[in-house]
Design a protein around this ligand. Structure first.
Ligand code: DAH
Length: 348
């Protein structure tokens, strides 16, 4: 063993440490440390042979080895601090936050006018003591048609072409189907319900039609119910929804499940009944259908028509939303364009 050898080890180690870049991974430095200072390293094995040397040589070589070791340890420590500091600086640069930047504007969702209207209508009827009842969207021919006095082959079926699963099962064409469920469940007792829900028709999808839309059905059954109750209820409802200055108008109509049947109009918001382009000159806008529950319907669903009478009505939720907000195309309600929805932000 000679000093030259130890110097070579020292120089090699120092050079390798020095060559390490400041952004080198710490594992590279650990490799060097293991290479020169681990038990089996060249330097350490020299230390292990000290015992075989004569005392004088032992002292000199021992001192030298320790000196080399200390220098390597110092160089590694220094380099370690440099690498750590560099990593910290890098992190600070990467994670720097510019507090002078404007805050991020997160776009939050807006309530679709459909739901605003549905809630408003529901609340008006809840305040009048109505209960909300829902029914299935997959319906039997029996509930959707027959129990509503629309027998097979009745021409009224033509107005409501639907999607059929089999000759007896279809996607309901109107929420009137819930009437049958509710009446049968009520077992001949008075009823006061509204039934919101989706309905389906085989319509072409255009600006005013969609194959799927939503209705709210209303049904009230009790003793001594007459057309006056229906008119007063709908007037109260429509004025709460559209404004106290609105007039309502009942026109006679036909629905198989009501007799008499009416089409209900409200005075045009623009001209107040005088006639203008918005209401196509009529002064009124058609809003919903209704009537007195047909005695056959009462009978088929468990009520004695000599004791009980009732009224029913049905409205399209989208149609009401379109009228209330002046929406030009029903499809806007379904496409969730934030530019459209944004306009209803304050209404929620
Ligand atoms: N079911 C009817 C439709 O979808 C709407 C309707 C009219 C419901 C008159 C009623 C009613 O309850 O009495 O066209």
């Amino acid at each position: 063993m000679n000093y030259e050898n130890l110097d070579q080890i020292l120089n090699r180690a120092l050079k390798q440490i020095d060559d390490l870049k400041n952004d080198a991974p710490m594992s590279d430095l650990i490799d060097i440390k293991n290479r020169y200072l681990a038990k089996k390293s060249e330097l350490m094995s020299i230390l292990a042979t000290l015992g075989s040397l004569d005392p004088k040589q032992r002292k000199n070589v021992g001192q030298k080895v320790n000196d080399v070791k200390r220098q390597i340890v110092d160089a590694i420590d220094t380099k370690q601090k440099i690498i750590e500091k560099h990593a910290l600086n890098q992190k600070l640069v990467n994670e720097k936050i510019d507090i002078s930047l404007p805050g991020k504007n997160y776009i939050s969702g807006y309530t679709n006018p459909f739901f605003i209207i549905k809630k408003e209508i529901t609340n008006i009827f809840l305040n009048m003591g109505y209960e909300v009842v829902e029914g299935p969207e997959v319906e039997s021919d029996h509930n959707n048609f027959e129990l509503l006095n629309i027998p097979k082959d009745h021409p009224a079926r033509d107005m409501q072409d639907s999607f059929w699963f089999d000759p007896n099962t279809l996607l309901r064409t109107h929420t009137s189907a819930v009437q049958a469920h509710a009446m049968q469940e009520a077992n001949g007792k008075p009823l006061r319900i509204i039934c919101p829900g989706k309905v389906y028709r085989r319509d072409n999808d255009d600006a005013t039609h969609s194959h799927q839309f939503a209705q709210i059905e209303g049904l009230l059954i009790d003793k001594n119910i007459n057309m006056g109750h229906l008119k007063a209820t709908l007037e109260l409802f429509l004025r709460r929804l559209f404004g106290q200055d609105r007039q309502i108008r009942l026109r006679s109509s036909f629905f198989p499940f009501t007799e008499p049947s009416v089409e209900v109009d409200i005075s045009c918001a623009n001209c107040h009944g005088k006639g203008c382009p918005m209401c196509k000159g009529s002064g009124y806008i058609e809003i919903l259908g209704g009537g007195m529950v047909h005695p056959n319907v009462l009978k088929m669903n468990g009520y004695d028509p000599d004791v009980y009478s009732g009224f029913a009505f049905g409205l399209g939720i989208e149609r009401i939303a379109i009228l209330k907000y002046g929406i030009d195309d029903i499809r806007r309600i379904y496409t969730n364009d934030v530019r459209f929805l944004h306009q209803f932000k304050k209404s929620d």
